[in-house]
Design a protein around this ligand. Structure first.
Ligand code: NAD
Length: 393
């Protein structure tokens, strides 16, 4: 499969590329890949684990996938260096193309010098044409675009430009840059060119009505939003236990600290808001009521990519007695996220090959804010994915 990654030189993207090629070469096993579970064993007949990578970036454009992966490795040492060394030659020749950072908020200022298509004083139509052209040159029948760029601020919905495909194209032709964010433009370019699209971030991506309609018209499968990999994965796996035992959760506090670029970008109020909304809404959807909740995300530089989540739950049991439960999650973000990126791409290609298009609701299992699916309970989501897969065979 060919993965076009938006945010190509980020830690999740480069770890996905290192891991994908290492799997293909037989250097590492497939632990962490959901699609390798026995329930999905015939997926290999449809989508094999062989890889080509490319993508869009807005920084370090003189570098390549290897230099970017090495930079992240030096800061994090998040896997055995020999693996990186063995895939060095495969990654060295892959260079990202210049992308757009329209309406990406103040968070990306943290990257220092960035280079974008809009710096070249291009119109919206010219920016979109360039993005499409890059994707078209790369694509074949087994290509997927995955958004792994920094989280954008929440965008206000604009009925005139975001509701219909015609409106969206009018926005481009009228050069209305203030209504267009980078993530929606990349999603538009992918879907317009028939490429399945997955949004691993909380940014708007393909969730606009206009882009959902375009995906139906062009028969393109797409999914999002925001990969479920850490604290939210645990929250949505644990909360159902309280529900099944008829224990009432009265309060849930989650305090997340993380370093690295993602942490820096999320330390900006407008960029952080998207993430908090995505994390916060899950409890009410599972429990049917909303307990008192606090969700904090703070930048903690020395942790680099090691995210720590401290969670405290207050719950009420028999005779009205209140009890407490605490957990600490010490995950390495890129290590939990990267196999899921491969899974998302693989299931999207499977969907395409089985003639499914539009939002693939049954892939909710992979997301914090699944599109068009109110099932948030991880157990139920897993069974949905398994039954969908079996029905599609
Ligand atoms: P990162 O900061 O290492 O990488 C983001 C990359 O995107 C950077 O290289 C940056 O230069 C690039 N970028 C920013 N804006 C861009 C744009 N408009 N166009 C092209 N490139 C752009 O972050 P990461 O840890 O790799 O995470 C990537 C995304 O995935 C973030 O939005 C994060 O919130 C999301 N996410 C991560 C996890 C996880 O477990 N790691 C889980 C869910 C969601």
């Amino acid at each position: 499969m060919k993965l076009w990654l938006i945010g190509a030189y980020g830690i999740v993207s480069t770890t996905t590329a290192v891991g994908g090629i290492a799997i293909e070469k037989g250097l590492v096993d497939r632990t962490g890949l959901v699609s390798e579970l026995p329930q999905f064993n015939s997926i290999d007949d449809y989508v094999k684990l062989n890889f080509k990578f490319g993508g869009h970036e807005i920084r370090d454009l003189e570098g390549n996938f290897y230099s970017a992966a090495l930079m992240h490795w030096e800061k994090n040492k998040h896997y055995d260096f020999n693996i990186l060394n063995e895939v060095k030659n495969d990654l060295k020749n892959i260079k990202a193309r210049k992308g757009t950072a329209l309406m990406c908020g103040t968070g990306i200022e943290e990257f220092g010098e960035i280079k974008t298509l809009e710096d070249d004083e291009l119109s919206l139509r010219e920016i979109v044409d360039k993005i499409e052209d890059d994707m078209r040159r790369f694509k074949d029948n087994e290509t997927v675009v995955i958004n792994l760029a920094s989280t954008e601020p929440v965008h206000r919905f604009n009925k005139k430009y975001h509701e219909s495909v015609d409106g969206f194209e009018r926005m481009i032709d009228e050069d209305e840059k203030k209504y267009a964010s980078a993530s929606m433009l990349y999603a538009y370019a992918a879907i317009k060119n028939g490429i399945p699209y997955g949004n691993f971030t909380p940014s708007v991506g393909s969730s606009l009505p206009a882009l959902k309609k375009l995906a139906l018209e062009n028969k393109v499968p797409h999914v999002g939003n925001d990969g479920k990999t850490g604290e939210t994965l645990i929250k949505t796996t644990l909360a159902p236990m309280f529900l099944y035992r008829n224990l009432k959760i009265v309060g849930w506090m989650g305090y997340n600290i993380l370093g690295d670029f993602d942490g820096k970008v999320l330390s900006h109020k407008d960029n952080k808001e998207s993430k908090i909304i995505s994390k916060d809404s899950v409890l009410e959807k599972i429990l049917g009521y909303s307990p008192y909740s606090i969700t904090e995300i703070e930048y903690f530089p020395s942790l680099v990519d090691n995210k720590t989540a401290f969670d405290f739950l207050h719950f009420k049991g028999f005779l009205g007695t209140k009890m407490k439960f605490y957990f600490i999650w010490d995950g390495i973000d890129a290590i939990v996220a990267s196999p899921i990126v491969i899974d998302i791409a693989r299931f999207l290609l499977f969907a395409k090959k089985r003639g499914k298009y539009g939002v693939i609701k049954e892939m909710a299992f992979f997301f914090k804010s699944p599109m068009e699916n109110r099932v948030i309970n991880t157990h139920e989501q897993f069974y949905q994915l398994v039954s969908w897969f079996r029905e599609m065979l």
